[in-house]
Write a protein that binds this ligand. Structure first.
Ligand SMILES: [Zn+2]
Length: 425
């Protein structure tokens, strides 16, 4: 139902959605003919109503893609736009949509939107950008975590049907501790409400794929291989990487390198501090992988790998932050500062990079991030990585790395991964 004057055009996101939508009726129960996946409904007394049936199970079986919808056992996981048609208001404004689900006993709905009296509200974003929903019979655990903004954050875990080599307790323990590792880094969980959909994936080892969708409320989808062992889960980067994204806003203006770079650089740091990984392994990974970012820095971050180009930028920034503050501040102060200033992934508002940089530098008390962006964005920089590793006093060795504490910037290298000197080393 849509509160408005005039005629409202309801539009299905895709042809597949339109094909599974049946029995469209208006507020007076008269059939509404749809053409081209749209339904035109005149408002009566200021309300335009479109009722319809949608067979989510059949749709999910047809589409069967984790980025759109899948059916597993008695539940379907689906991006909201797959089953919710979008009202297009005559004024062109983005409507506020309240969703209520009446489910038979035993069925439940987990939707990545803020709850409002008995339902959920989609506000400030179009249906097209909204996140996941899980509807039907599925295993669910709501984890309560300290929130970065104070109070309690909820991580709503919806585990779809399907065999996994790990037990339920092992899976949930891994998820909880992965979330708590973020709590440690950000001093509280990143977002007050996150839906995490876990999709078992037959025949596969490890974690297969992960994705975060921010619109209207944050949802994370992670595919866990049916053959994934417990050590593989603890050794995996995907879920911690997606969680880092939830602590940052969507940054507009070709700033993918900044978001992916932060997630790529911070993820192993978080895992090392939580004890999932050794400090030496992080250095080994950086020495091996950071060269993949060189070409992106050579072209002013206008292309190349956003992950490693941005990751190398974050490594260089973390070093500069320590240098500029004599070790008092670190990259996490920048990220936490922006998060405290409202920069999690949930708000409809997207930030220009300049806003993020300014809030970061306010938290640092010195404009290091502005200087780093000025130095690299749109400028070709040739980074001499072997010289950087020598300066930090670290080089690859048979079982990880060898360190040289007499190197000029060894004091920074000692702080970089673990945050504080001799802390949990
Ligand atoms: Zn990412």
């Amino acid at each position: 139902m849509c509160r408005t004057d005039g005629t409202v055009l309801f539009a299905a996101g895709t042809a597949a959605t339109a094909a599974h939508l049946r029995d469209a009726r208006d507020g007076s129960d008269a059939a509404v003919e749809g053409g081209d996946g749209t339904w035109s409904v005149p408002s009566r007394s200021g309300n335009a109503t479109l009722r319809y049936s949608f067979d989510l199970g059949a749709y999910a079986r047809d589409v069967d893609r984790v980025t759109a919808a899948v059916e597993r056992g008695g539940a379907a996981m689906a991006i909201l736009s797959t089953w919710l048609v979008e009202p297009r208001l005559p004024s062109g404004t983005v409507p506020v949509i309240d969703i209520r689900v009446t489910a038979p006993p035993g069925l439940q709905a987990a939707i990545a939107l803020p709850p409002v009296d008995g339902g959920w509200r989609l506000q400030g974003t179009t249906v097209r950008f909204a996140g996941y929903s899980v509807i039907g019979r599925f295993d669910r655990e709501r984890m309560r975590l300290p929130a970065a903004g104070g109070g309690v954050a909820t991580l709503d875990v919806a585990r779809l049907d399907g065999e996994l080599a790990v037990s339920r307790a092992e899976l949930m323990d891994w998820i909880r501790k992965t979330a708590l590792a973020q709590v440690e880094y950000w001093q509280g969980f990143t977002t007050s409400r996150v839906l995490l959909a876990v999709v078992p994936t037959p025949g596969r080892p490890r974690v297969v794929f992960g994705r975060v969708v921010p619109g209207g409320g944050v949802s994370v989808m992670v595919q866990v291989g049916a053959r994934a062992t417990l050590p593989e889960l603890w050794d995996d980067w995907i879920l911690p990487h997606e969680f880092v994204h939830t602590g940052m806003p969507m940054i507009i203006g070709r700033a993918n390198w900044f978001m992916e770079g932060a997630a790529t650089y911070v993820e192993p740091v978080i895992r090392a501090r939580a004890g999932f990984k050794r400090e030496a392994e992080v250095w080994r990974e950086w020495i091996e992988q950071m060269p993949r970012g060189l070409s992106a820095l050579r072209i002013g971050l206008s292309g190349g790998s956003p992950y490693w180009g941005g990751g190398l930028f974050m490594l260089l920034s973390d070093i500069e932050i320590r240098r500029a503050t004599s070790g008092a501040k670190r990259l996490e102060h920048c990220l936490r500062g922006a998060l405290r200033a409202g920069g999690d992934m949930a708000p409809a508002e997207r930030w220009p990079l300049a806003t993020f940089v300014q809030r970061c530098d306010t938290a640092l008390g010195t404009p290091v991030m502005a200087m780093m962006v000025e130095r690299h964005l749109g400028r070709s920089v040739e980074v001499d990585l072997p010289a950087l590793w020598r300066d930090l006093g670290v080089r690859p060795a048979a079982d990880g790395v060898e360190v040289d504490d007499s190197a000029p910037s060894a004091w920074i290298r000692k702080l970089l991964v673990m945050g504080r000197a001799a802390d949990k080393q």
